[in-house]
Design a protein around this ligand. Structure first.
Ligand code: 5GP
Length: 139
């Protein structure tokens, strides 16, 4: 069963497509958090960022880079929050990688990306060193 976003790519369900190239598409979110809330996806189905091949990741970022100023200019936004819910526990509902571009306006009542996680951990220097070393060894 293909994802709802693949059905958009295939033209099987309607969407307000605002940009398309060989490997990526951008379209308006059906339940916008702000006017101009746009999703950018790879046309091929990958569930998480971790699954996206490097060449597709480059194309995806190129489209995000193109769309952020386009969205901001179109709705006269002061800023944008640009984010991925990468995995179910992070809030991802559609299992097809998508970048949210959410226009932000002075006094819009929203928060920074720091507000998305739960309670902040209290980590000492040794724990931070160990975590940093673990991530570095995987990079
Ligand atoms: P997630 O929680 O997976 O990061 O976000 C999925 C997003 O896709 C939500 O913001 C939701 O409003 C949007 N969405 C879900 N179904 C559709 C659809 O059929 N069309 C469009 N344009 N957006 C959708």
């Amino acid at each position: 069963m293909s994802t709802i976003f693949t059905q958009i790519v295939e033209g099987e369900i309607p969407a307000r497509i605002v940009y398309e190239d060989e490997t990526t598409v951008a379209f308006l979110d059906a339940n916008p958090l702000a006017p101009g809330h746009t999703l950018v996806i790879p046309k091929d189905e990958y569930e998480r960022l971790n699954d996206v091949p490097a060449d597709v990741a480059t194309d995806l970022y190129d489209t995000i880079h193109r769309m952020v100023p386009a969205v901001e200019d179109a709705v006269d936004a002061d800023a944008t929050t640009v984010a991925f819910n990468n995995g179910e526990e992070a809030g991802q509902e559609v299992p097809h990688v998508h970048c949210h571009i959410v226009p932000r306006f002075e006094g819009d009542g929203g928060g920074p990306i720091h507000a998305v996680a739960g309670e902040a951990p209290d980590l000492d220097d040794d724990e931070l060193d160990e975590i940093a070393a673990g991530i570095e060894s995987e990079a």
